[in-house]
Design a protein around this ligand. Structure first.
Ligand code: RTP
Ligand code: MG
Length: 148
């Protein structure tokens, strides 16, 4: 089953949006298979955002993503990579539609609340950067078994 790497950025953690974001993904029908609250070391941030190394905002981006705890997650489900990107909204909140995380909660591109892998290749790379295999949990969901 397809998996993606999603992360509530430091601004989202500070604004108490972890629950809101996890809730949206659960309600959609995706399954959480790994999660941790962590402060990203600078070296890991530079690796994670390596594709933006030459961009003028790279320094600010690394500084921001390491500035406080993030909530790193792996989510699983059909088309989860592209659909979770749709649920996040456009990178710049001034273009992200209402109903998306960035459209509903963010104002500026530098503090846009959530990260999501943008392709299968990025998802595999980012999951491996942030999680060991043992930290990802395969499990069946059947709520009816857990009520009585
Ligand atoms: P992300 O990687 O964080 O999920 O965001 P994304 O794919 O939608 O956007 P991407 O192009 O990968 O950019 C990564 C992050 O860099 C910041 N950014 N700042 N100042 C700027 O013009 C600018 N452009 C991008 C954003 O925080 C973006 O999420
Ligand atoms: Mg990106």
């Amino acid at each position: 089953m397809e998996q993606t790497f999603l992360m509530v950025k430091p601004d989202g953690v500070q604004r108490n949006l972890i629950g809101e974001i996890v809730g949206r993904l659960e309600n959609k029908g995706y399954q959480l298979v790994g999660a941790k609250l962590m402060t990203i070391p600078t070296e890991l941030a530079e690796q994670h955002y390596g594709e933006h190394k030459e961009r003028p905002f790279f320094g600010e981006l690394v500084e921001f993503i390491t500035s406080g705890p993030v909530f790193a997650m792996v989510w699983e489900g059909e088309n989860v990579i592209s659909t979770s990107r749709l649920m996040m909204g456009a990178t710049n909140p001034k273009e992200s539609a209402p109903g998306t995380v960035r459209g509903d909660f963010a104002v500026t591109v530098g503090k846009n609340i959530i990260h999501g892998s943008d392709s299968l290749e990025s998802a595999e790379r980012e999951i491996a950067l942030f999680f060991n295999k043992e930290e990802l949990v395969a499990y069946a969901k059947d709520a009816n078994n857990w009520i009585n």
